[in-house]
Design a protein around this ligand. Structure first.
Ligand code: FAD
Ligand code: DLZ
Ligand code: SF4
Length: 507
């Protein structure tokens, strides 16, 4: 009586629902490296190395826990190249009586799993992915009948449900949200923490060779590869974050500094998303540090909000919106993604920093993603699908359920406001306030027109003017439109000419 349990590359948790309570002597765990998953977008080389090495290490861990694991590597000659093809081969090898699998994390793979009962003569049972606080049904019930979906209200429900940072029925510290205290610009300071660097072991080195030989034309480098690839090492990074970084997470959450990619961020998203770390366990640790008096409430609340607020909320939106969400384009944006998103070669220092470190580390923190690369694509009107494919490819933590709503909804406003209440559009002044990038930029952040003017300035007003019909009615956009109205006709057309001239240089 063999049960076959396919474990996907983002299901690397020992307590994944498909394995819970199962008899290890009667179960074969199937893990497969497949071409289709490595190229549905051209993933960053370091992301591929991370995912495949974490999978191989997880297979070892499962074996050490007494599971029988059938692991198929990418370069195995008979490899069928897809989950479905590999399942067909595994069925021949093991003649299972039952297939049990935890639900997929995205529509594309869900469609594959949903096709299995018709394709194979073996019963298939799908299990809920219980590594999230809110089930699909719970999120749908929460969204039902609301005119507007807003993260803040959902987040408060998640605080109540989890009991995290709650004093009885009230939020710890008296406020639900301390975001207003989390906008300090960082100063260059020798106390800036660094994430741990994990030297690649033999398994990771093998994978890196495989990636270099098969995916040499994908973006990025593996030279600085230092991701944890096991739960044990991911836990070390978690502890490092809790002990040395978290206290200032809140203060400098939005800050950016030249050649400082990580600042006070956790660098835990790849591990949380692939299952090496448990998000609730992590939030409980964060709460404990606050209760023990080691960290201020703005740090604890700020972090917990990202995980049980934003992370759960974007997942809810992804599944609620349906498989056509990816096609939304509320602002009718059509421009191709500039080629410098792949090379990092641009005179705009903020963009070359954000893209340069993305190429090196497959990482950029939230404000770089939202207010530098995302903001620029929004201002110039890039086709949201191209923007989406870029983000999905370049970050080690990128899986569609979390990347798409962040990109298409939060960053590009392509869902017309389903996820966010207003577009995250900003001129150079915001970037100058939150970073030191402008100090060494070839452009002048204070100028709006002329050859040295910061491109973000004219592009911002061009965005406001171009999208007036769609955005003017949005109460949160009242101020920019009031300011635009107050400008003289000559100033308006000078800004628009400046923007047009700049856009022509992009080809
Ligand atoms: P920290 O700043 O330390 O935050 C702590 C944790 O909170 C993160 O590890 C993550 O699990 C969670 N978190 C924070 N913000 C978000 C958010 N908006 N949505 C979901 N989880 C959040 N995050 C991904 O995990 N995968 C993606 O593919 C992804 N794509 C993004 C694309 C765009 C355009 C934008 C604006 C944001 C995207 N994010 C994505 C959200 C966020 O930028 C990353 O989670 C964060 O930068 C990861 O780095 P960190 O672990 O150091 O996070
Ligand atoms: C991201 C990724 C990559 C690059 N490769 C694989 C793979 O070879 N095998 C695998 O099981 N998973 C991989 N993944 C993660 C999957 O894409 C992820 O599990 C699905 O997208 C979940 O819906
Ligand atoms: Fe970016 Fe403009 Fe500042 Fe240069 S001046 S770093 S382009 S915001």
């Amino acid at each position: 009586m063999t049960t076959l349990v396919p474990v996907l590359g983002d299901q690397l948790s020992l307590n994944i629902s498909s394995l819970l309570g199962r008899d290890r002597t009667q179960t074969v765990v199937l893990m497969v490296e497949v071409h289709e998953e490595t190229v549905y977008v051209k993933h960053h080389k370091a992301k591929l190395a991370y995912v495949l090495s974490a999978m191989r290490h997880h297979a070892e861990l499962l074996r050490s826990e007494g599971w029988q694991v059938d692991y198929v590597t990418l370069d195995e000659p008979e490899n069928a190249g897809s989950f479905t093809g590999e399942l067909a081969r595994a069925i021949e090898r093991h003649a299972p009586e039952h297939i049990c699998v935890t639900e997929a994390g995205e529509w594309r793979v869900k469609a594959m799993l949903d096709s299995w009962p018709d394709r194979f003569d073996v019963p298939v049972t799908l299990y809920t992915d219980d590594r999230f606080l809110a089930s699909h049904a719970e999120f749908e019930a929460w969204a039902e009948g609301r005119k507007q979906l807003r993260m803040e209200y959902f987040y408060r429900d998640m605080r109540r449900k989890s009991g995290l940072l709650m004093d009885g029925n009230d939020p710890a510290g008296g406020q639900w949200n301390y975001d207003a205290e989390n906008r300090k610009p960082a100063q260059r300071d020798s106390a800036i923490p660094r994430p741990l660097h994990f030297t690649p072991d033999a398994i990771t080195r093998d994978v890196m060779q495989l990636v270099a030989s098969h995916f040499g034309d994908h973006i990025g480098s593996m030279d600085s590869f230092g991701f944890a690839v096991t739960r044990a090492d991911a836990l070390k990074q978690q502890t490092h974050f809790l002990d040395h970084v978290l206290a200032h997470f809140g203060d400098f959450q939005d800050a950016m500094l030249t050649d400082e990619p990580f600042l006070w961020h956790s660098i835990l998203s790849p591990y949380i998303n692939s299952g090496l770390l448990d998000p609730l366990e992590l939030c409980k640790e964060v709460e404990q540090r606050y209760r023990d008096g080691y960290i201020p409430i703005n740090a604890a609340e700020g972090f917990v909000r990202q995980v049980i607020g934003w992370r759960e909320y974007v997942r809810g939106i992804y599944w609620l919106a349906g498989p056509d969400y990816v096609l939304r384009n509320a602002l009718g944006a059509k421009r191709p993604l500039p080629s410098f998103y792949w090379t990092g070669q641009t005179d705009m220092h903020c963009l070359s920093q954000a893209i340069g470190q993305t190429r090196e580390f497959a990482y950029a923190h939230h404000i770089q993603r939202l207010m530098i690369t995302g903001n620029f694509a929004l201002l110039i009107g890039v086709d949201p699908q191209e923007v989406h494919e870029w983000y999905l490819a370049v970050y080690a933590d990128a899986y569609e359920w979390v990347e798409l709503p962040n990109t298409l909804g939060m960053s590009q406003f392509a869902d017309g406001g389903m996820l966010a209440s207003k577009p995250y559009a900003a001129s150079g002044a915001y970037i100058n306030r939150m970073s030191d990038y402008c100090r060494t930029c070839r452009y002048d952040v204070k100028s709006k027109t002329g050859p040295d003017a910061c491109p973000f300035n004219a592009l911002y007003w061009d965005f406001i003017a171009r999208n007036e019909a769609t955005l003017r009615g949005n109460p949160r956009m009242a101020m920019p439109y009031k300011n635009w109205e107050r400008m003289s006709a000559a100033d308006k057309s000078a800004l628009q000419r400046q923007a047009t001239k700049f856009l022509e240089t992009l080809g």
